[in-house]
Design a protein around this ligand. Structure first.
Ligand code: PMV
Length: 352
């Protein structure tokens, strides 16, 4: 498929509407870090969609009013976010030709703490894209659920790259990979549930809130720094190559190899940041303390507790519900919570 396949229909009939949609966040296992023009990823990525951390969004569309956007986050008016959405709407007019023909009031709230480092841009743009597709079908006629989700994923990508993966549950792939049939740089696809061992279908993601402030370097700037990073090409190649073992692992249920690969991906993401010019470090002392504690715990118990990191200091603690979870939860509560700012932990699960 090409971008042309997503152009909007010229025949539409607009009316004032109120739409509400909800979309979860996601956490990448093979990371997307580095992109080309028009939000084309430099390498494919795969993520888990979370079950509980979501953005709920209500869009009120007032047809035939001058184009404007007003946004509210948890009841508070957010001018910066409104500017961002206004720019985004202008950029997607060719895909939704009616989009600038009215006024918007957008009310959005996250079910997880603000600034927790959980990707609110992923769930946020995912929810907005779903609202837009809902409006599009009201104005231009219904399409199949599959087509509608694909276009929502395409539109979400143009808002925030990783958002395109939040449209599907379970494991989700974005970016062209020889290993994944049907994969595309333009939208995400669901990784076939049949190709996943049961141990990976009931997993915990507990996010330790090590640092709740605003990040020192945004992901937009971070992606941009990959353009001049001397290790970038090797990294993109490695991410592509990592799909080969990942497929095998997901099928066989090989937990040790999964742990090794997922932790390697997280550390590589942060290594890329440290090797950028200018260099930057998003991990905090607590991040490193927790990583070392996890490694000690694994050496001592052989239990499957491991981590991944997003572009931030917080640690995503991953562990399966395979009978070992009670011991792991006790360890987290007694040994790891001390590294958080306010005993902050967001407990999510990926069950499908
Ligand atoms: O979607 P963005 O532009 O915020 O990029 C996010 C990239 C990471 O979260 C660091 C990795 C990923 O694949 O989600």
């Amino acid at each position: 498929m090409t971008t042309q396949d997503f152009l909007g229909k010229e025949n539409y009939n607009i009316s004032s509407q109120t739409i509400a949609e909800s979309c979860p966040s996601n956490i990448a296992l093979i990371k997307y870090w580095g992109k080309y023009k028009d939000q084309i990823p430099a390498n494919p990525s795969i993520s888990y969609t979370l079950n509980h951390c979501k953005t709920n969004t209500k869009v009120e569309f007032f047809a035939n009013e001058p184009f404007s956007v007003q946004t509210f986050l948890a009841g508070n008016e957010e001018h910066k976010f409104a500017e961002k959405i206004e720019k985004y709407f202008r950029s997607i007019e060719q895909y939704l030709p009616w989009i600038l023909k009215g006024k918007y009031i957008i009310k959005t709230e996250n079910t997880f703490p603000h600034s927790s480092g959980i990707a609110s841009s992923a769930s946020g743009f995912g929810a907005i894209a779903k609202c837009l597709m809902n409006l599009d079908e009201t104005f231009s006629g219904k399409t199949s659920e599959e087509e509608s989700l694909k276009k929502a994923s395409f539109l979400a990508r143009l808002g925030s790259g990783s958002a395109c993966r939040s449209l599907y549950n379970g494991l989700v792939v974005w970016g062209e990979s020889d290993e994944i049939e049907g994969s595309s740089d333009l939208f995400a696809i669901k990784y076939s549930d049949e190709e996943i061992h049961s141990v990976f279908k009931d997993f915990n993601d507990w996010v330790l809130l090590i640092h709740e402030g605003v990040k020192s370097v945004s992901s937009t700037v971070g992606h941009g720094l990959m353009n001049t990073n001397p290790y970038a090409e090797r990294r993109f190649q490695e991410a592509r190559e990592n799909f080969v073992p990942m497929k095998e692992i997901l099928k066989s249920g090989d937990m040790n190899s999964f742990i090794k690969l997922v932790e390697h991906e997280a550390l590589t993401l942060h290594a890329m940041m440290m090797m950028s010019d200018p260099a930057f470090i998003l991990m905090k002392t607590g991040t490193l303390e927790v990583i070392n504690k996890i490694w000690d715990f694994r050496r001592e118990t052989s239990l499957p507790l491991f981590f991944t990191l997003d572009a931030g200091a917080n640690v995503h603690l991953l562990f399966p519900n395979d009978g070992s979870e009670d011991k792991i939860k006790t360890f987290i509560e007694s040994e790891l919570l001390q590294y958080t700012q306010k005993n902050g932990v967001v407990k999510d699960v990926m069950k499908f």
